[in-house]
Design a protein around this ligand. Structure first.
Ligand code: DX5
Ligand code: ZN
Length: 217
């Protein structure tokens, strides 16, 4: 059964506490927080202040996905704000190894993220130092996009490397995940599923959290 990481990008910001409490009660293990800087991706979202505000109101793991150019600039801010996992894109810095070291030194779980157009080979040298790999299953920047099936092969490649080298990192997928696309992801080795629009564009979001789990039993 996959761990579910709802993305608050699709939540009701005016009623954020209500939505987060609902997700806690629905059994979601991870809360996915999308940080967008208007440079690495076109949109702007929110910053460390949101992580700080959310920290005391949930027991979920706070998973900060930095869609930020040169993320090194903000790693300490997100660590101090209470992030449990900080994800940095390999495409966003010439110094991915150093960025992951910074996350480690801040006492936070390091995560490396790859875009749909980036091969697994680009992150192979740092796989031994991460607690989670995030495979983007859409091009980052917006919620509600269509799942790209070509990315599933990369999940399988990561799973094979994990087995071969004895690594224990989680494999997370993000973008266009629903009760159908999650099945192929889990079969290929994904252990954490981010879901924004699938969870929140529903009458009963809690049932969608459960549906993702049921689909991957
Ligand atoms: C996209 C973000 C995602 C987004 C997913 O750039 O990284 O986390 O919220 O939204 P859905 O599940 O609607 O594709
Ligand atoms: Zn994300």
């Amino acid at each position: 059964m996959i761990k579910v990481a709802p993305s608050i990008l699709s939540a009701d910001y005016v009623n954020l506490q209500r939505d987060i409490e609902m997700l806690d009660n629905a059994g979601a293990e991870v809360l996915h927080i999308d940080i967008m800087d208007g440079a690495f991706v076109p949109a702007l979202s929110y910053g460390p202040g949101w992580v700080k505000a959310i920290r005391p109101i949930t027991k979920m793991v706070l998973d900060v996905h930095m869609m930020v150019q040169n993320p090194e600039r903000y790693i300490d801010d997100f660590a101090k704000a209470g992030a449990d996992i900080i994800g940095v894109h390999v495409e966003a810095t010439p110094h991915i190894h150093r960025a992951l070291q910074m996350i480690q030194n801040a006492g936070v779980t390091p995560e490396v993220v790859i875009n749909p157009g980036t091969p697994v080979a680009a992150i192979e040298p740092v796989l031994g130092m991460v607690g989670q790999v995030l495979v983007m299953t859409v091009n980052p920047g917006f919620g509600g996009q269509k799942f790209l099936h070509s990315t599933v092969e990369k999940i399988a490649q990561l799973e094979a490397i994990k087995k071969e080298k004895g690594y224990t990192f989680d494999i997370e997928v993000d973008g266009g995940v629903n009760n159908e696309t999650v099945v192929d992801c889990a079969k290929a080795g994904a252990t954490v599923a981010v879901a924004g629009s699938y969870v929140f564009n529903a009458e009963d979001p809690a049932s969608r959290v459960q549906a993702l789990k049921d689909a991957t039993k």
